[in-house]
Write a protein that binds this ligand. Sequence first.
Ligand code: IPE
Ligand code: IPE
Ligand code: MG
Length: 630
Amino acid sequence: MRHPAVPTTRFYQRCGIRDADLRRGYEACRRATRTQGEIEYAVSLLMPPPLRIATWALLGAGYCVDNLVDAADAPGGEIGSTGEAGPGRAERLEAWISAFEADLRDGRGTDPVRKALIHTMLTWNVPPGFLHTQFEELRQDVHGKQCATWQEWRRNSQLIVVPFALRAASLLLRAAGLSAEPEAIAAGVPEAAMAWQTAADAVYLTDSLVDLSDDLDRDHVPLPQEALDEAGVRRVDLLARRATPAFEDMVRHLADRARTCLDRAPLPRVLHPAVSIAFDTYTDLYRLCLKTVADAPAALLHRRPALPRSARLRLLLPARAKAALAWGLFPFPIQPGPPPDPVPVGAPGKLGLAEEVRPLAAQRRPIVPPTPHPSGARPPKLTAEAMPRHVAIVMDGNGRWATNRGLARSDGHRAGGEALVDVVHGALEIGLKHLTVYAFSTENWKRPADELLALMDEIPKGLRRLANDTEPLGVRVRWAGVRARLPADVTEALEDAERATRDHTGLTLTLCVNYGGRTEIATAAAKLARDAVARRIDPGSVSEHAFSRYLHVPELPDVDLLLRTGGDQRTSNFLPWQATYAELLFLDTPWPDVDRRDLWHAMEQYARRARRYGSVPRIPAQPTTLTGLH
Ligand code: IPE
Ligand code: IPE
Ligand code: MG
């Protein structure tokens, strides 16, 4: 297998790429991957060409956007800057993401990098949700938020690195002729999911060390404050790039920690030998990188460490030879059938990439913006720091609302459904990522039969109305709860909504229907016990994270703000695992009278709370609201 330093036009033609702009896009992604993801680039060279360029596009586009956003005066106005006192980094990033989303809907890229990324996504049918995780990473990077605790840091790893690693792995598995989706690995083989998590933590930690000097350039410390405190390293010393003994000890300790994670994460054995070679090379290169880091900790303060050339080649040359042999013996089994090159924008009578070849984008209805509130109210602007990621609501008070109006309780439930639609619009307007609502609890079966009948009649109807109203907004629906006792049309409506919206990225709306917190924990414990008996999991390795993989919706982040309407001040068995550190807020308003303005107001109150997580405040209070737009 030859690896030309710069791939030729013929190389790209063999991958089905003839359009010059598209080739330029792939080249930009390749160059960015080579400089910013040295290890990933080296591993990409062990792949057959179609998979190699896909890796460049998926990884490199992120790096390209990062660089463009970083450039104080991005040229050409593509990112929205004119070179004068243009928009800030965050605005430039949002402008790029919006342009990308518009391009993806049309199936054509309006700049070379977007073209390459969209081409790869359509070719490999990569769901847009995958990119969402990468955008989140970029957003966090732009805001340069320092985590206070390891827990917070791990949460970033879980939310960002793992989904990304899983998706990248799924491309490899597909290459090996396995059609395993990462979500399936995560749900069906918890042991594999945990191995991924541990490996991803190691990669994330290594990258945090390797990128230290770049981050310090931006006054950002990529390690949790807790790590600095434990090691006795002062932030001021770091920012001044003072290589104290405490700093050197900390780096060696963290490198050791990352290495232990790598050793503890035996990646799943896959069938295709070349894929195993790639996995092994990847982890070996990370080990080499950690050794380089630990050998010269002080250098990290000034530059990214380069892998020593001879050691790198000692690993890579045999890996390349073995991979070439393996691909030769077991040829690349999948012809992804790259879509034809995009037609020039505006070419008469021609369809875009998506309409022509892939149902992915063509079948999706265009995402529409949320409808403004009739009062004209606009959401307050919260700083990124003050913005909750996950709001959970106990939608209580439907029955009393109806009774007070001389109506049937079922009328209250219907009115409650309408309130939820408005709140979802408001959540989208303010940019909330996760909204979870309590719609029916496992305790609610104690209600009179006529109310239960009315509720079981109303839930699927309400759900279809909700799905119809919110689907065009790009809302992803999830169901948390148990099947037992629910009529089939209710479970079908929930599962249909989940399926129809699984690629949506705007807001994740988790509906807790037939949900009970203790049931959720007991069910998770039972599954875990079964896995332990079957030796699929080692009881000694059960951590909080390992346990959470067994919950109804493992990806559900911790609740930041838990809101209950209707006047009662209790949580009624709602999300006990996820809401242990949530800020609680109780409103007297019955749920049917609530609208998006109450959500926004609650979020403003949340923004003023000081969250300490058992620690003491380190950072002086920041302004939480940018502008009140009410
Ligand atoms: C919450 O409203 C909705 C469900 C539990 C289904 P309620 O029905 O509990 O209303 P109140 O608390 O009786 O007013
Ligand atoms: C909690 O409300 C459950 C839902 C909102 C679905 P309940 O009305 O059932 O709770 P309690 O009975 O007041 O605790
Ligand atoms: Mg109630």
